[in-house]
Design a protein around this ligand. Sequence first.
Ligand code: URA
Length: 298
Amino acid sequence: MSDTQPDDTFEDTSFVPHLDARQRAMLAEMGVRVWAPRAEAAVAGPAAEPAPVSAPVSAPAAVVPEPVAARAVPPVTTSRAPVAVAPSPAPVPAAAPAAVPVERLRPAGVAAMDWPALQAAVSGCEACGLCKTRRNTVFGVGDIGADWMIVGEAPGENEDLQGEPFVGAAGQLLDNMLRAVGRSRAGEGAKGAYIANVLKCRPPANRNPQPQEVAQCEPYLARQVALVKPKIIVAMGRFAVQSLLRTDEPIGRLRGRVHRYEGVPVIVTYHPAYLLRTPADKAKAWEDLCLAMETAGQ
Ligand code: URA
């Protein structure tokens, strides 16, 4: 279906042959009216609708040049135990005046770390100023052996408090979206998903991530991707998309085709928080999830 197709062409979910009753119920829960997919839907060209959030950011600054040995790292034992997110200790309030930079370098060797080392590195990270205001780092959650990975933007207030990504209202919609494709953050393998953000610390007052923060944090995400080895990454929202793909193109022009990050196929879609504000675009998000399923061979 083209992105410009009007709403009234959507059809009842009962016409969709590959969805079972449970999935149709889940889509109804997600608030999506499902249309009968057309052959061309999955390969639709770039959409022309505007990006969901204000103006595009400039492309993120180049990441600190730490080689990412994504596919060279020996396979991790995929005990199916989800990685527990241990909230990091509350930071000691900075005694130095705000004008004094406190940023330090990331720990060395992120690109070769195993899960415990990576999680510890994130918990203690002081590579940018966000360490001064965070309550907890927000590492990631889900099955480290999952073949789907969801990448969001940055923790918000609830995530900062709980140390887990997507726990607020947007997280509930994300959970519904995952259920619609037969997955959950608690599931394992083909029923699971691993969820992480580009930034591991909350930007104060939920302001936009800054390019230098994205650049400092990106090696952690790159290592998470290398360790999970997903078949598909679903990038949600402008910052996740533009950071992963190193572009300042709006989401609307990036949807509907398969991109790559570290060799892994990436599908671009809207952020659940945007979809809560703009429910009419949930149908496009479902279209994106269908492309993700198709690309992952599911
Ligand atoms: N939005 C995100 O992008 N990530 C979260 O963890 C929460 C809200």
